[in-house]
Design a protein around this ligand. Structure first.
Ligand SMILES: C[S@@+](CC[C@H](N)C(=O)[O-])C[C@H]1O[C@@H](n2cnc3c(N)ncnc32)[C@H](O)[C@@H]1O
Length: 373
């Protein structure tokens, strides 16, 4: 097989890059001819949970610090960047500390070239379970790899793991709730949420992606059988209305719409802040939806701080994160006479139920207060 080459606008999630276990199997080609892989992610219960920190209270930044957060973050960014540069201003590559997922690499594990094995077209039945694993402790996800930017949802991103960890850590908080997952991608976070929630509206755009998502929901029926149902729906942040056309796949029924607005108390959005226009559109969507909800709700966001060299500043910057922070600051300043939002950072120091690297990941939650009462 020839070495795989990546075109310059191709992105590869390090979730897939760093997986070197043997269970990443190519199972089929999707409707647009992309190879689809299935990866099994083990949930680390009991003694296997990685205790990232023991102090729950220490995880949170108080609300009173909100107004100065922007300045502090900017200062922190500069200090963090300076620490990465040598005397001449060159970037010194920092080795990250070892994590539980770092097993010593045997020659068999080193993979320079992807050599996928096609097991069977269109079926997961030949994917043999790991003998030592309880099937209820494994999340099976079909995904593609190294996609162009417009198809990033077909890969799993680390932000999805961060929110999944938070849900598994705070299960009682989410038990029986109705949740809306925005930009759900492969549906990983929705699957985890469905282990405790009553209903999860798992939303994204594009029929091909939503097909993949639907398939992942059904692959994990065993995991969610004690929880609730997942409804895969189209929700495009660039559109002001939910699609209710019965002829369109993944459209909303009137009952779904009523249930969404009457029952939702939790909104999830994992790793969806990577393009400024989309970030603006997502915050508008958050405003529009939460304003129409009957109940108060909490929004859980995760974001990876991606550092890039930009020609605009001739420097390493964290543009997408900075834009997200500006939007968040504006969001909490909105005063519409009905709702007020408070944003709190969730430091990623809660236990880890999945094996992945948490560096540069941050979570935020925003909860609404009713001003009319
Ligand atoms: C980086 S992926 C994150 C996927 C998933 N949440 C995760 O963490 O693995 C960003 C997601 O935003 C979705 N997205 C992009 N533009 C969108 C839009 N206009 N409306 C809804 N979702 C959109 C993409 O399809 C993709 O699934």
């Amino acid at each position: 097989m020839e070495a795989i080459t990546f075109s310059k606008d191709t992105v590869l999630s390090d979730i897939h890059l760093r997986i070197h276990h043997k269970r990443q199997l190519m199972v089929r080609l999707n409707a647009v001819g992309q190879p689809v892989f299935q990866t099994q992610f083990k949930i680390l219960w009991g003694n296997n949970v990685v205790e990232a920190a023991s102090n729950k209270e220490g995880n949170r930044v108080g609300d009173e610090q909100e107004s100065s957060l922007s300045r502090e973050t900017a200062l922190h960014d500069v200090q963090e960047l300076e620490a990465l540069l040598d005397e001449d201003g060159d970037l010194e590559v920092q080795r990250r500390p070892p994590t539980p997922s770092d097993k010593p690499e045997s020659p068999a594990c080193i993979r320079d070239v992807v050599c996928p094995t096609i097991l069977r077209i269109g079926s997961e039945e030949n994917c043999v379970e790991e003998a030592s694993c309880n099937p209820e402790d494994v999340v099976k996800i079909e995904h593609t790899m190294a996609t162009p930017l417009e198809d990033v949802g077909k890969q799993i991103w680390r932000g999805a793991f961060l929110l999944a960890d938070y849900i598994l850590w705070q299960q009682d908080l989410f038990r029986g709730c109705t949740a809306l997952d925005l930009g759900a991608g492969t549906g990983f976070t929705s699957v985890i949420m469905a282990t405790v929630a009553k209903t999860v509206y798992c939303t994204d755009v594009g029929e091909d992606l939503l097909d993949m998502c639907e398939r992942n929901i059904s692959l994990n029926k065993g995991l969610t059988k004690t929880g609730g149902q997942v409804k895969v729906k189209e929700l495009d942040w660039l559109k002001n209305q939910l699609c209710r056309d019965p002829e369109t796949l993944y459209s909303w029924t009137e009952d779904d719409v009523a249930d969404l607005y009457d029952q939702t108390t939790v909104i999830l959005a994992a790793d969806v802040f990577y393009d400024d226009d989309l970030t603006d559109a997502l915050f508008k969507t958050l405003y529009r939806i939460t304003y129409a909800l009957t109940r108060l709700c909490t929004i859980y966001l995760s974001i990876e701080r991606r550092f890039n060299f930009t020609l605009r500043y001739m420097d390493i910057t964290c543009d997408a994160y900075n834009h997200f922070r500006n939007c968040l600051n504006n969001f909490v300043k909105i005063d519409n006479g009905k709702l007020k939002w408070t944003a709190t950072e969730i430091k990623p120091v809660f236990p880890q139920f999945f094996s992945y690297e948490r560096e540069h990941l941050v979570g935020w939650f925003c909860f609404s207060t009713n001003l009319c009462k």
